[in-house]
Write a protein that binds this ligand. Structure first.
Ligand code: F0G
Length: 463
């Protein structure tokens, strides 16, 4: 029998702290008042009143010493900035796309791309929606159709690639509407709304073969592509010995273009871009970007921002970085599972998604269980999370509410910001709220903005 190694070998973060940001603790009475004033919407809290901020992993990352140094090198020329050329070179080298358009963040790229590729009446199939992405597709006259596999809508399914496309659903759309009505398939790597779930390389290859046959483009929301590549490395046969760098490049090579929110994977606080291999689309994008963002060599960013993204892209592709990044999410998830909390499985890449329907079965979906739970967790500990359910899903162009199967509270983990001890505090708070879950009441929406209502809607407790 092989000798068993009984000594535990832990991993630790591949960085150390050089500067810290102080946080303030508040009392339960103060937090009860703050969340009431915020209309029970965690987006409307002031950050000074938040203890551990897990609202989002977007723009909340800690930059490295290398990124801060690159900041100093920013070329702030209005036109032809050297920083633009360094960003372009990094995108071409690490992702492999030919032409790039910087934008102020991801939705800036989504706006331009949707305007160019989508005509009124078009169908845009995708692996689950993302809020801003779908809205830009709709504003351009398209209709989004969800073609993700059914497992993605089941928080208990342990399927390892819940981001996969169901090619039968795509085929049905092609048969019904014709390929000419489908400008592109909108795929996201590490699908946010499904719980940070990856798409497999096998599925991507099948999608590429199918779309090539029908002359349909594949556009890649690559906001969390490195986290997806980590899961492919860990879970997909044949990829265990490949680097994240090479897996990311292979993913991109199976698509025709991309939109990117650099505020996630790429470890910066602001920025994004559109990338495309088709020169004609690039020409149009270069024309449109000057209307909405800025000249094509800065697209709404300062030169220093483009420098930080260029460095961040390379850092995000380090195997050690992703191991620690996803490892921290895994640590929090396992801790929550050990407390018996219902979370989306498998544990995803950028956060833990608590199943609010299972957590609060006595609150029906029209009474916003996830919104109510996020408010309750804030009151308990000052931990800020976010609703990802019926409020986020919003309304269809015809005014009806979308009714998503998943009604979730997202505990999103910024990169390189919190320690394992913070994760313990978070899990313990969620467990404490779970113990008194029967006392939690639903909410009534008292103010609803027209677009992306989850950001600014206000609520009142029922009863
Ligand atoms: N695509 C995905 C998958 C995203 O998660 C986001 C942003 C965007 C596009 C839009 O990018 O914010 O730079 O304009 N997600 C953030 C979140 C806001 O909290 O999940 P952006």
């Amino acid at each position: 029998m092989a000798k068993k190694n009984l000594i535990r070998r832990s991993w630790a973060e591949p960085y150390k702290m050089k500067m810290v940001e102080l946080m303030k603790m508040t009392t339960r009475a103060e937090r009860t008042k703050f969340i009431r004033e915020a209309g029970y919407n965690t987006f409307l809290l002031r950050s000074r009143d938040v203890y551990i901020d897990l609202l989002t992993d977007s723009g909340t990352n800690a930059m490295s010493d290398q990124q801060w140094s690159a900041f100093m090198r920013g070329d702030e020329a209005y036109a032809g900035s050297e920083s633009y050329y360094r960003l372009e070179a990094a995108i071409q080298k690490f992702y492999g796309y030919k032409y790039i358009i910087p934008t102020h963040q991801g939705r800036g790229a989504e706006n331009i791309l949707s305007q160019i590729l989508i005509k009124k009446g078009d169908i845009v199939p995708g692996n689950m929606y993302f809020t801003t992405t779908r809205l830009h597709q709709e504003l351009a006259g398209g209709t989004f159709q969800d073609i993700i596999i059914d497992e993605a809508h089941d928080s208990n399914s342990e399927f390892p690639f819940k981001g996969n496309i169901d090619l039968n659903k795509l085929e049905a759309l092609v048969k019904k509407h014709g390929a000419a009505k489908i400008p592109y398939v909108s795929i996201a790597t590490n699908v946010n709304m499904a719980g940070g779930q990856p798409i497999s390389m096998k599925n991507l290859k099948e999608l590429r073969a199918y779309t090539r046959k029908h002359g349909i483009r594949v556009i890649h929301d690559m906001t969390r592509v490195a986290e997806n590549a980590y899961f492919i490395q860990q879970r997909e046969p044949g990829y265990g010995k490949k680097s994240i760098k090479s897996i990311v490049k292979e993913i991109c090579s199976l698509t025709d273009g991309a939109t990117m929110s650099a505020k996630k994977d790429a470890l910066v606080n602001i920025g994004g871009f559109m990338a495309i291999n088709d020169h004609d689309v690039f020409e149009e994008a270069r024309n449109l970007v000057v209307i909405y963002e800025g000249l094509h060599t800065y697209g709404g960013l300062a030169g220093r921002d483009m420098e930080a993204i260029a460095v961040g892209i390379e850092e995000s592709l380090s195997d050690d970085h992703q191991h620690a990044r996803v490892g921290q999410v895994e640590y929090l998830g396992q801790k929550m599972i050990s407390y018996g909390l219902p979370i989306v499985k498998p544990i995803g890449g950028h956060g833990i998604f608590v199943d609010a329907k299972a957590f609060l079965p006595h609150i029906n979906q029209e009474e916003f269980p996830a919104q109510a739970l996020a408010a309750e967790i804030y009151i308990d500990s000052g931990v800020r999370t976010m609703e990802r359910g019926i409020v986020s899903a919003g309304r269809k162009p015809n005014g009806q509410n979308y009714l998503p199967k998943l009604e979730l509270v997202r505990f999103t983990i910024p990169r390189r910001v919190f320690t394992q001890a913070h994760m313990d505090v978070v899990a313990e708070s969620a467990a404490a709220v779970y113990e008194k879950r029967k006392k939690i009441k639903g909410l009534k929406m008292v103010y609803e903005p027209k677009y992306l209502r989850f950001f600014q809607a206000k609520f009142k407790p029922l009863g």
